[in-house]
Design a protein around this ligand. Sequence first.
Ligand code: PHE
Ligand code: ZN
Length: 876
Amino acid sequence: MRTQDPKTIYLKDYQEPAFWVEHIDLTVRIFETHTDVESHLTLKKNPNIASRDLVLNGVDQDIIELALDGQPLTQSDYRRDEESLTLTCDRDDARFSSLTRIRPQDNTSLEGLYQSGSMYCTQCEAEGFRKITFYPDRPDVMATFTTRIEADQTRFPVLLANGNPVDSGELDEGRHFATWNDPFPKPSYLFAMVAGNLSRKDDTFTTRSGREVALRIFVEPQNAHKVDFALESLKKAMRWDEDTYGREYDLDLFMIVASDYFNMGAMENKGLNIFNSAAVLATPDTSNDLRFERIEAIVAHEYFHNWSGNRVTCRDWFQLSLKEGFTVFRDSEFTADMHDRAVKRIHDVVDLRAAQFPEDNGPMAHPVRPDSYIEINNFYTATVYEKGAEVVRMIHTLVGPELFRKGSDLYFERFDGQAVTTDDFVACMEEVSGRDLTQFKRWYTQAGTPRVTVTDHFDSDTGEYRLTFRQSCPPTPGQREKDSFVIPIKMGLLDADGNDLPIRTDADYNPDTQVLTLTDTETRVVFSGVNEKPIPSLLRDFSAPVRLQFDYSDEQLAFLAKNDANGFNRWDAVQQLYLRAILGMSEDERMGKNAQVPSALLDTVASIAGDTELTPAIRTAMLSLPGYAILKDAVDEIYMENLVAARKAVINAIATRYRDIWRSLTEGLAGRGDYEFTAAEAGRRSLQGLALWYWLKSGDQAAFDFAADLYHHAGNQTDRGNALRAVLAGEDHALQDELLEHFYERWQDDTQMVEQWLSMQSSAPNIGAADIENLMEHQAFDIKNPNKVRSVIAGFAMNVESFHDETGQGYELVADMIGRLNGINPQIAARLVTIFSDWKRFEPKRRAMMESTLKTILATPNLSPDVFEMTERALK
Ligand code: PHE
Ligand code: ZN
C-alpha cells in the first residue's frame, strides 16, 4: 500500500481527457467468494486533445479479459501502474471491454463495492469507481449508464442501481438479475448499486408540473420503523427546491438506502442516494432533536445535489466546493425556512468557529478551491463545505436574493449536463448583477480567516461618527502575503435606548440590506447626523466569515445582548462576554492571580434566563458557553489546564449562584403530551436540558433525583439523553453506572442507540484513557465501523481533560488507533490525524508530546497516502 512518493496533483495541470465515454454497459455478478464485473465503454475521441492515449483508472482488480473493439488485449498492448492502465487507441469511435474480479466482502475501505452488514453497496465519490471497473474515473467524463446486477435471489432479493428499472428476471441456480438504466449523463462518482435483503417503504411526490415521482426508502428489516421522518423530510426538500430555486426532480423514481458502514454522512448518487444509517434512521424514542434536525438537513442536502452537483457537476476535484459549498448553503437556508432562522444561523456559526476557523488557523489551512492535493479524500473539509457555503452566502448578500436567484437559474440552464468550475458559477452571478466579482473571488483562492479590526471616533460638534475598518489575513501554508478581500459587513448603530439610528453615509452602504462593503485594507466610514455616540452593532447575521474585533466594554456587550435588533448579534455579544471572561480568568490563573467571574456576565445570564420574550431555543444558545475548540482558537498559546479551570469556574459560578433559576426552569419546562419535532418544542426541550445540566452542576441532590426520574420516564430520546448527559457530567458515580448499564441493557439491539451510548461515555468528563480502552474491548465496538470509531475516538478527543492528560496517554491512544485503522480504512484514519493539527499552538510540554506522537504516526510501516499526507501537513 505504501506509495513511497505519493504523487501530488495540481490544478494548474488540468487537461481534458483524450477520450470521452458516451455510454457504459456494466454487469456485476455477485458470488459468494468474489464478484465479476463486465464493462463495455462506448468511447469518443476528444477533438481538443491531440494525444491518443486512453487512460483508464483501476485499483484492486484482477484482470480476466480486456478488449478493444472486440480484439483481446495482451499485456504488451498497454502500460499499467498502481492506479491506471493506458493504451493507444487509433480510432475516434471505439469500444473498450473488460472483465475483472473484485472482492467486496474484504473491502474495509468502504470505497467502491463493499459489504455493509447483510447488504452490498457502493461508495464512488471521489475515486471509488476505479475499484469496481477500469474507467476514466474523473468527474468531467459524463456518460449514460446501464447496470445489470446478478446475485443469489434469497440472499439478495433487492437489486438497485441508478435511474429506472428496465428489466429483471430469474437465472439458473437460484440467481436473479435486474437491469437499470440512467438516461442522465453522469460522472462515475455518482454511480451506485445495492444488493440486499431490504425492506422498503413507498411514497409519492407530485412535482409542480404534475409528474408523479415514486419515492422509496430501503433499509435492513430491523430498521423498517425508522424511515418515516426521512420520507417526510424528502418531500419537504423537494417542494422547497421547487419554490425557492424552481428546481424540479427529473427521474420518475427517487431511492434512499441506509447503510450501517459508511465513511461520511450520505451520498447523492443519481436517483439512488446512499446514507449512513445514522443520517437517515429516526424515531422519537431513539433520536434526539439535534439528530432529527441533522437528518432533515442531510436528506435535503443530498436531494439538492440532484441539481447542484449532478445535473451540473464539477470539472475536477479542485472544484469540489462548487457543489458542496453551494449545496450546504442551500440546505442551511432550507433549515432556516423550516424552523428558526436565527437559531440555525447561530448553530452554523458555532460549527464554523469550532471547526473551520481552527482549520484555517493551522497547518491544514487550504483555500476553498485548493490548488494541490495528494489524496482528494482529505479535502472533504470544513473549509470546502462550510466556508464554501459562507462564500456563496456572501454572494447572496452582495447581489441580493432576486439577482441571486436569476444567477442560479442562469447557472443551471447554461451548464446543465456539464462539468464546470467555481469561476463558471461566479460568472453567472456577475452576468445577472452587472457586478465585477474579480476581487471577490479571492475568497476561493486565498486561505486563512481575515481579521477585521474596527475603531471608532465621535465628534459631537459636527454630529459625525466615524468607523475605521482595517483588514488583514494571517499567512497560511504556501501563502505568505494576502490581498484584501471583499467583505460585506451588515451593521447598525444603536442609540442609548437600544434603537437603530437611521444611517446616513456616502460609503458603499446599502440601506435595504444594512450592508457596508469593504474592499480595501483600510476603510473609513463617516456617518452624519448623529447626536450622541452610538454603539455599533457589527457583522450582523455573521455576514462574512471573519474575526471581527471591536473594543467593547463589558457593559456595552451586555447592552447589545439586551437590545440589539439583530438576534444573531445579541447572541454573539453574550458569547464575546463569555469568551473574554474565560480567557481573562485563564490568564489570571496562569499568573497565579485570583480569578473572578465578571459581574456583567453573571447579571446577563440572569436576565437571559428570565427573559420570556426570547424563545427557549435562543435562550439555550445564549446560555451556552463557547466550547474548548473556540477557546483554544482564541488564544496565542494554549494552556489547557488553565482554560479548563477557568471554564469550570464560570460554569460553577453560573450554576451555584442561580441554582433556583435552574431548578424552576427545569421544572417549569416539563413536556406535556406526545413528542413533536417542531422548532418550539425542540427549543423547550433544549432549554430544559441545559437548565437541568446547570442545576445538577450546582450539586443539588434534588437535581440528581429529577434527572434519574426524567431518564426513566422519558418518552423520547431527547429528554432521556439530556438526563443522562447531565448525570454523566456530575459526581454521582453510582447513578452514572446504573443508568449506563440500564441504557445498554434496554437498547443493545439498536445500532443508533448503541452509538449514542458509546459517545456519551467517551465524551463524559471523568473518563480516562483506560476507560476508553475498555470501551473498545466491549462487544458494542467494531473498529471496521466508522460510526463506532467516531463515537469513541472523536468523543474522546473532545473530552479535553483526559485527551490532554499530562501523561500523554490520551495522545498515545489516538495514535494507536490511527495506526490500526491505517490498514483498514485509510480515509477514517487520516481524518483522525486532524485531532493533533493544532499541536504547535500548545505550551511547550504538550507541544513536544504531540509532535512526537505525530512523528510516531509518520513512521508507521505501510503508511497509506491518506495518512501520510495529513501527518506530513500537520508536522509542517
Ligand atoms: N458528497 C457527499 C455529500 O456531501 C459526501 C461524501 C463524500 C460522501 C465522499 C461519501 C464520500 O453530500
Ligand atoms: Zn454534499
